[in-house]
Design a binder for this molecule. Structure first.
Ligand code: NAD
Ligand code: TDX
Length: 368
């Protein structure tokens, strides 16, 4: 079959990438979708079992740092669009091993950009050629001017929100590596004229997230009656977005976003960690039929994360006003769907938390 477009998605075996791959494979049978992933500890082909036999889908195992392999594949497949999600994504790991983050997130993105540029120069495709998925963490941390929270404010915990023109001020090795990669993407637009788009999204949650991140880690621990290691006092604020809403935004921006632009993605959904953790406990307990509050005793305050950013909050009005995007679910709906998914998919959870990962968990958290 002659496909209308040939799109390379990197990191498609990971959490967000698997939702993006699934969405594109199903919504665009006229596109060929190539998922390139190194399958690190975070990459899992089980995330894509339902679409792996689709005729318009192909998986290719490779490291984005391997320029020759990536460039050969892109030429062979006549790629005319790249959606780049492959990355090392966990802040705690970046504190322990910053080099791996610089290698994949900075050098890997540069290698992919260079391969994409050479292909773009051969084909001069007009639409968005390189779409880079980034994070709100590049903007640094916001102050909390209303620590008690006030739903009438612009943001409940402070008026300042991250906008597209907020200066970059990354603190962790993870966010420093993502900031660097964002700059390289813009440099390829400004220097070579390659049509690029960058989006910076808030914290995602939903099915298939590796249980090292707060929400799946804690759902799994509550299910197993294991302690919940809350960093510091649990006062930090994060802005949460359901992963399928992020995938929908990526679809819209890939097709309609303007070249050279940046869009912030978020749903005005700030939560203090400790409040979110209490809501998770209540939801898991209700769905498991445990008495209300039965698992509150699992909350265990532990040493704070080094350089722990106090508050993230996204202003997504540019995306809303220019392209008409808005989230499809409330946080309560999204969280309930997420908790149900992890409780219904014990085999997936048990598989990813056993073996190599279990060793990692002990190394990171001891016996907590
Ligand atoms: P993830 O860790 O779940 O998945 C990353 C994927 O990239 C894995 O499949 C892994 O195998 C692959 N990968 C890693 N190194 C690679 C390499 N060198 N070559 C090829 N593949 C490699 O990450 P995620 O949470 O799905 O995040 C995806 C992207 O979205 C990242 O760029 C991340 O910075 C960004 N992001 C994540 C969030 C969030 O809350 N998770 C929020 C905003 C932005
Ligand atoms: O065990 C924990 N205890 C705890 O209190 C973990 C894992 C986290 N936390 C806190 C730290 C943060 O304040 O919960 C909050 C969320 O932590 P993470 O899930 O590790 O996410 P965060 O550090 O905010 O980064 C995430 O959002 C932005 C993703 O991991 C990034 O990839 C994304 O760019």
């Amino acid at each position: 079959m002659e496909y209308k477009r040939s799109i390379l998605i990197t990191g498609g075996a990971g959490f967000i990438g698997s939702h993006v791959v699934r969405r594109f494979v199903k919504a665009y049978p006229e596109y060929r979708i190539i998922n390139l992933d190194k399958l690190t500890y975070a990459g899992n082909l089980d995330n894509l079992r339902d679409i792996e036999k689709a005729p318009n889908y192909r998986f290719f195992k490779a490291d984005i740092c391997d320029f020759e392999t990536v460039y050969d594949l892109m030429r062979q497949e006549r790629v005319d669009g790249v959606i780049h999600l492959a990355a090392e994504s966990h802040v705690d790991r970046s504190i322990k091993d910053p080099f791996t983050f610089a290698r994949t997130n900075v050098l890997g993105t540069l290698s992919l950009l260079q391969a994409a540029r050479l292909c773009w120069e051969e084909r001069k495709y007009e639409g968005c050629f390189f779409y880079h998925i980034s994070t709100d963490e590049v903007y640094g941390a916001l102050e909390m001017t209303r620590p008690e929270g006030d739903k009438d404010g612009r943001g409940p915990y402070g008026d300042l929100l991250f906008r597209e023109d907020t200066a970059y001020h990354p603190h962790s090795p993870y966010s420093a590596s993502k900031a660097s990669s964002d700059h390289f993407v813009r440099a390829f637009h400004d220097t070579y004229g390659m049509p690029t788009v960058v989006t910076n999204c808030s914290n995602n949650y939903g099915p298939y997230q590796f249980p090292e991140k707060l929400i799946p880690l804690f759902i799994n621990n509550i299910r197993n009656r294991k302690p919940l290691p809350v960093y510091g006092k649990g006062e930090n604020v994060r802005d949460w977005l359901y992963v399928e809403d992020h995938a929908a935004a990526i679809d819209l921006i890939f097709h309609q976003g303007a070249a050279g632009e940046t869009y912030n993605i978020g749903g005005f959904n700030e939560w203090k960690n400790i409040d979110l953790i209490r809501l998770m406990i209540a939801t898991v307990d209700r769905l498991l039929g445990r008495p209300e509050g039965a698992d509150l005793d699992l909350i265990t305050f532990v040493t704070d994360r080094a350089g722990h950013d106090l508050r993230y909050a996204i202003d997504p009005s540019k995306l809303r006003d220019t392209l008409g995007w808005k989230p499809s679910v409330t946080f309560e709906q999204g969280l309930e769907r997420t908790v149900r998914w992890y409780l219904d998919n014990k085999a997936w959870l048990d598989a990813v938390t056993s073996g190599a990962y279990a060793g990692y968990y002990e190394e990171m958290y001891g016996n907590r």
